[in-house]
Design a protein around this ligand. Structure first.
Ligand code: ARG
Length: 442
């Protein structure tokens, strides 16, 4: 093929659509038969020819190169069944055809991604249940803030991914609209039956405006956006895995195969998988910007620019599937080093809020209590003491309200147990959370 033809074509990157293209063409042909636009005899030959191509593709046969995958299939059909194959393209254009193919393809892939994400959530729930008693510091500003259950932290990701799945469901709704029958841009004078095609191809509805239908890629942009958010959520988790694995934190270990050594430093176990997932977000966000930019300022209806939708969509899709699969295995291998996480709660005065609450519950206005505890923490810092190392006499120097029971309030386990509000970190609240996410996963 000439370089120029290659340049305007898309064969090098639209091959993934071949099955969707053939399935779409079979449905279109059946409709042409039903509406007597072509004879049943001709139609059967076309369907037979298309099926034979599909069968050979499944055996590993490669379709000869053409300008794009749609031409390639049509050319091959005509090569196989002769001139009758030329009737297939009646009452349609590559413009409505390619839009249809991409929708068929993405509908399937949305389901595939959702399945992978459900596996992720199930692994999280299992980990959370198994580690229900592991205590660790919760952070804000990456500074120790308040003690939490590690399960609580893990489950936060299950809920993020739940929203991602719901977003994909929403994207699916707008992908589930059939553009075929819009032809090049203005529809067709043939008496076609678009609903019949929709039924065969399992589309919920058909597009209302042929100009819009052939030039709309909103569904694809939305899809890449949904993927971008999944990638973004994973970067947050991976960042934490990387931090938690460092000796400074030492909160977790992950399976050896998810790390790699250094070519020069023999002691290293680097969290490469987590880093690659974090890094993949860069190209996925780039795919989103590419999609937005291709569509920007594009006059109606179809323009060849739209062909450039496929590389970013497929890139985002392929990479997110890889990332989810690796993530699932990596999280499955995660182990909490609970002695270390518990020890870490001793740092950073993370019981300070409880002391302020203690005073507030005993009549001191919260802002006043807050100031008082701030002073106590300062006193501890100056005297290199922890909150539970002060005597009751020292506490009483700051306020007579402190009683001996104050020390119960400093115990991290007790602190966690008191956090019983809906969605909070007590074991009881976490159990409810697990029950609720499990219900979503049913
Ligand atoms: N390869 C094209 C694409 O991917 C197919 C549609 C071409 N249509 C046209 N009028 N040139 O968008």
């Amino acid at each position: 093929m000439q370089n120029f033809k290659k340049f305007i074509g898309s064969f090098s990157f639209d091959g993934k659509l071949v099955e969707s293209d053939i399935i779409g063409s079979i449905a279109h042909t059946k409709m042409l038969i039903k509406t007597n636009i072509i004879s049943a005899n001709d139609g059967k030959k076309i369907v037979f020819g298309l099926m034979s191509i599909l069968k050979d593709l499944k055996k590993g046969w490669k379709i000869p190169e053409e300008e794009d995958i749609h031409y390639a299939v049509e050319k091959e059909l005509i090569r196989r069944i002769g001139i009758v194959g030329c009737r297939m393209h009646t009452a349609r254009s590559r413009n409505d055809q390619v839009a249809t193919d991409l929708r068929i393809y993405l509908k399937q892939e949305i389901s595939n991604i959702k399945d992978l994400l459900t596996t992720f959530q199930k692994i999280i729930v299992r980990k959370a249940s198994k580690n229900i008693d592991v205590i660790m510091p919760g952070f804000t500003h990456l500074q120790p803030a308040q003690p939490i259950l590690a399960a609580h932290h893990l489950l936060a990701y299950a809920w993020m991914i739940q929203r991602d799945k719901e977003r994909l469901d929403d994207c699916y709704k707008r992908t589930d609209i059939l553009p075929l029958g819009s032809a090049a841009l203005s529809g067709t004078s043939f008496k076609i039956d678009r609903w019949y095609v929709a039924k065969i191809l399992n589309f919920k509805s058909i597009s209302e405006n042929s100009l819009d239908a052939v030039s709309d890629r909103d569904f694809a942009i939305e899809f890449v956006f949904c993927v971008s958010l999944i990638a973004l959520h994973f970067t947050r988790f991976c960042e934490e895995i990387i931090l938690w694995m460092s000796p400074e934190f030492g909160y977790i270990s992950i399976g050896d195969k998810f790390t790699s050594g250094s070519s020069i430093m023999p002691q290293k176990r680097n969290p490469d998988c987590a880093e690659v997932i974090r890094g993949k977000s860069g190209r996925i966000f780039g795919d989103l910007i590419a999609m937005l930019t291709v569509l920007k300022s594009l006059p109606l209806a179809y323009n060849r620019d739209l062909q450039e939708d496929k590389p970013p969509v497929f890139d985002a899709l392929d990479n997110i599937k890889l990332c989810i699969k690796v993530m699932n295995e990596m999280i499955d291998s995660l182990k909490f080093l609970n002695a270390k996480t518990l020890k870490s709660t001793k740092k950073g005065f993370i019981a300070a809020t409880e002391l302020a609450d203690y005073l507030a519950r005993n009549g001191i206005p919260f802002r006043v209590a807050h100031k008082l505890i701030k002073d106590i923490v300062l006193y501890c810092r100056e005297n290199s003491k922890m909150l539970n190392e002060l005597s009751i006499e020292e506490y009483n120097k700051f306020s007579p309200i402190f009683k001996k029971d104050i020390f119960e309030y400093l115990d991290v386990k007790n602190i966690i147990n008191t956090k019983t509000s809906y969605g909070a970190t007590s074991k009881q609240a976490i159990m409810r959370q697990i029950k609720n996410i499990k219900r979503k996963l049913r």
